[in-house]
Design a protein around this ligand. Structure first.
Ligand SMILES: Cc1cc2nc3c(=O)[nH]c(=O)nc-3n(C[C@H](O)[C@H](O)[C@H](O)COP(=O)(O)OP(=O)(O)OC[C@H]3O[C@@H](n4cnc5c(N)ncnc54)[C@H](O)[C@@H]3O)c2cc1C
Length: 512
């Protein structure tokens, strides 16, 4: 394909103006290289954007800025000064049966909240599980029930996990629970609770701290994009990359479509891609061989929607978010943006972010916004958290492909795609979360972009696929805690698809 004279020519282009794409461009700019960032959305930040509706700013979920990677922390501090980058307390609890339970779970608090009769039933159920352990402990269900009893399993583990991943907990592999809960069991938790404080080494503090931009995570990425423009790089919003082909001169040719439908061509030498891996493979022309296309189509995702409700401040709570374990509602988690930053609330009101874990095309995904706001209102009322009449306004935001799903085939599929790209498209560099189909937080998404730029400009030979796998890869802070920011994900069966083949949050054993 010949690149016409009308084609724009750049050395570096990045697909996606989320954390990975913007970090790549920023690191290139630091090395005096200009990068054209092509972003399909009208705002930067990707999943880490802050949505602005009717004067209210809220996150897709809540985004903590927490990392053990010093260079990521330095990057954030370079973009936002201390007045804009707040240090915030973290608090989150589990809500079940109209009561708040400490999270992480604490035996004494859990059993006293449940009340004597239910606590006795839970202890009986635990004793039974010790006598007659579940036969199959290779599943999440069997593994947890063996250590906590069936009753506690159903209250604190099953419901939320199923809401987040959309599959029966009995079909989720045990390794993930084993990794998260380690060797804790109800008996050990009770011994811990009864021990004098100095012996409670296993118990994580309920309150931690994290950094957070005063106007939400999007503020970081909006400021990053502004700084980039000052360096001569460009962030082009509303521009979707639809096709990637090989130009006659051996470079790459990108076909983009802007929001008004106009098609443009951009020629580049190196492409850093944070678009979902499956979509990247689909965009490549000529088409990849059938086995590669099959691997791309085999990648599954879990999607997400948030219903942001404006309510009077009296309904505020100190938690950043609450896990909703009550099985009678579909709501998975409620964020209180007022607890994230005082700058996100106004006029005696707060904004609550109701989180629903969905599959693209399912009933919730396809529901009218007004019906979703109504569902949110009713569910908060039913839970006893907010009176339905007190809700003043509601906004709905859908985020497709919020979570890359780890099913039994995902690792093999990703390896097929990685090998194909390396062999046939060595100038296309996948980075980030969906870009690598990796359960990365912002920091690991950014790190893959930083290392890619070093490979490209300085001839380094970093293996970006080792980030977030070798947990302590390039992580310099230590302190007894497990290495990595801990974004592992469970292996789940391929999701039941209701829409286009797509298809995970933070179960009690954690996941976001
Ligand atoms: C509910 C939830 C809570 C989270 N909480 C945290 C948290 O507390 N802390 C944390 O650090 N991380 C958190 N994360 C993870 C964080 O959101 C991601 O790690 C991060 O946004 C990934 O950055 P990225 O640039 O790789 O991808 P993305 O954020 O997905 O950005 C990719 C960008 O590419 C664009 N794009 C896609 N296709 C095209 C195309 N064809 N052409 C042009 N542009 C395209 C998209 O529009 C998007 O803007 C959370 C995620 C979720 C879902």
């Amino acid at each position: 394909m010949v690149v016409g004279p009308e084609a724009e020519q750049v050395e570096f282009a990045a697909v996606g103006g989320g954390p990975a794409g913007l970090t790549a461009a920023f690191e290139l700019a630091r090395r005096d290289r200009r990068c054209l960032v092509l972003e399909a959305d009208q705002v930067v930040g990707g999943i880490s954007q802050t949505v602005l509706r009717d004067g209210w700013r809220f996150d897709i979920g809540g985004h903590r800025f927490f990392t053990k990677v010093q260079r990521v922390e330095d990057f954030w501090n370079e973009i936002l000064g201390p007045d804009d980058f707040l240090l915030r307390p973290r608090m989150s609890r589990i809500y079940y049966d109209r009561k708040f339970f400490d999270y992480p779970l604490r035996a004494q608090n859990a059993l006293s909240n449940l009340g004597v009769p239910e606590a006795l039933r839970c202890l009986g159920s635990y004793a039974w599980a010790r006598l007659r352990p579940p036969k199959d402990q290779t599943t999440f269900e069997g593994w947890v029930a063996a250590r906590f009893g069936w009753r506690l399993y159903r209250i604190f583990f099953k419901t939320y996990t199923e809401k987040v991943w959309g599959v029966p907990a009995a079909s989720i592999q045990a390794d993930w629970a084993a990794q998260r809960i380690k060797n804790l069991s109800l008996a050990k938790a009770i011994v811990n609770a009864l021990m004098p404080k100095r012996n409670q080494k296993d118990i994580t503090s309920l309150i931690e701290e994290f950094r957070y931009p005063k106007y939400g995570p999007g503020m970081m990425w909006e400021a990053c994009a502004e700084k980039l423009q000052d360096t001569g790089s460009e962030v082009r919003l509303g521009t979707r990359v639809e096709r990637i082909s090989r130009a006659a001169d051996g470079g790459l040719e990108l076909t983009t479509r802007s929001a008004d439908g106009a098609e443009r061509t951009v020629a580049c030498r190196q492409l850093i891609s944070s678009m979902p891996m499956a979509a990247l493979i689909d965009a490549l022309t000529p088409q990849a061989p059938p086995e590669v296309l099959a691997a791309a189509r085999g990648l599954a995702y879990r999607d997400f929607l948030t219903v942001a409700l404006v309510v009077p401040e009296k309904y505020s709570f100190p938690d950043n978010w609450i896990y909703i374990h009550s099985p009678e509602v579909r709501l998975g988690r409620v964020q209180n943006f007022g607890s994230w930053s005082p700058y996100l609330v106004k006029d005696g009101r707060t904004c609550l972010g109701l989180e629903y874990f969905v599959n693209e095309g399912d009933d919730l995904w396809s529901a009218e916004d007004a019906d979703l706001v109504e569902l949110g209102r009713r569910e908060l009322d039913r839970l006893g958290l907010v009176d339905a009449d007190a809700v003043e306004a509601g906004h709905v935001v859908r985020m497709p492909k919020a979570y890359p799903v780890y099913d039994a085939d995902y690792a093999a599929n990703v390896e097929t795609l990685r090998a194909y790209l390396a062999a046939e498209w060595p100038d296309v560099h996948p980075v980030g979360r969906n870009g690598m189909h990796r359960y990365n937080n912002q920091d690991h998404s950014m790190l893959t972009a930083m290392l890619t730029v070093e490979n490209l400009v300085e001839g380094a030979e970093h293996d970006i696929w080792a980030v977030n796998v070798e947990a302590d890869y390039h992580e310099t802070k230590s302190g007894g805690a497990p290495a990595g920011t801990g974004r592992s994900a469970p292996v789940v069966p391929a999701p039941r698809s209701t829409g286009p083949q797509e298809t995970a949050g933070r179960p009690p054993v954690a996941s976001r």
